[in-house]
Design a binder for this molecule. Structure first.
Ligand SMILES: Nc1ncnc2c1ncn2[C@@H]1O[C@H](COP(=O)(O)OP(=O)(O)O)[C@@H](O)[C@H]1O
Ligand SMILES: [Mg+2]
Length: 287
């Protein structure tokens, strides 16, 4: 644990009125390659979980290409940038999306979440501690690729959803992601989600290939979250800047999201201190 991380924790604890446990599941959604549908998946899962009565907060941590708010047709006045600069508190930037999900919007080109100075990190930690106390799920839309900052977020999260398409490039990059995280924490729960497949057979084959590689080279298995077909309704929803799960409740992709949300609710355990563990890990994770 770095000095900075322990100092931060001391500070955070000192300023909290009483010790709090956060019953919030922290799940990061990532991909090896960009453009595979990650942000749409985050939005679809968030809306579907909300339909199951869950309180969901989505943290947009893709600072390079922050677009969750654009995808959902929101125009946030303030973003994480204002919080990090100390101009706003986290509650000020929360925007409400479809089905009552709440979004913490990023803005493009700001410092990475995992490379903040102590003051900025403290602002974020304390803010997230407060808002996550009112949520059942914290979903994190990470950037794509095996950069240190992304890997650190994945290490800190309770579980990881890995989005890939059946394209060989996406699949190879997805495996690389599993490998990098596995080498740091062999027990990190991974869920495979195949997006944009042309047929169930193609998606099955993708899942099979990824699982075979993980078993053969890493000696581990990956859980299957499911597959989302290539869906013209999703394209239409994107054009209208709405979430497909909200706009087209009976579309193939919405049905898939609903199934996945039920599976997550069933299988991702609610751990006491889920959120606290997230931040402790983030502070103490590999540099
Ligand atoms: N299942 C799907 N069916 C049809 N189009 C899709 C699907 N998934 C993604 N897309 C298309 O891919 C684009 C990129 O998705 P996005 O979620 O922004 O990817 P990422 O966050 O991985 O960069 C979407 O705008 C949409 O046009
Ligand atoms: Mg994205």
């Amino acid at each position: 644990m770095s000095d900075q991380a322990s100092r931060l924790r001391d500070l955070a604890q000192g300023q909290r009125a009483e010790p709090t446990l956060f019953n919030c599941r922290v799940v990061a959604i990532t991909s090896g390659k960009g453009g595979v549908g990650k942000t749409n998946v985050v939005a679809g899962l968030a809306v579907s979980l909300a339909r199951l009565g869950q309180r969901v907060i989505v943290l947009d941590a893709d600072f390079g290409l922050a677009n969750l708010d654009i995808l959902l047709g929101l125009s946030p006045e303030f973003t994480l940038e204002h919080v990090l600069r100390g101009e706003r508190v986290l509650e000020d930037i929360l925007v409400e999306g479809p089905e009552g999900i709440r979004i913490l919007p990023a803005s493009s080109g700001i410092q990475e979440l995992t490379r903040l100075d102590t003051t900025s990190e403290l602002r974020l930690v304390q803010g997230l501690q407060r808002v996550s106390a009112t949520a059942d799920w914290l979903l994190i839309d990470t950037a794509a690729g095996i950069h240190d900052s992304v890997v650190k977020l994945l290490m800190a999260a309770q579980e990881v959803i890995l989005v890939t398409t059946p394209e060989p490039t996406s699949l190879v990059d997805a495996y690389a992601m599993v490998k990098v995280v596995h080498l740091r924490d062999p027990r990190k729960p991974f869920w495979i989600l195949v997006n944009n497949g042309q047929s169930p057979e193609e998606a099955e084959e993708t899942i099979g290939q990824l699982q075979a590689a993980a078993e053969r080279f890493l000696g581990r298995s990956l859980q299957v979250l499911g597959m989302i077909p290539s869906d013209p309704f999703m394209l239409q929803a994107v054009r209208q800047q709405r979430c497909v799960a909200q706009l087209f409740p009976r579309s193939p992709s919405t049905r898939a999201f609903q199934q996945m949300a039920r599976l997550l609710l069933d299988r991702v355990p609610l751990k006491k201190e889920g959120f606290t563990a997230f931040w402790n890990n983030l502070g103490a994770g590999p540099e």
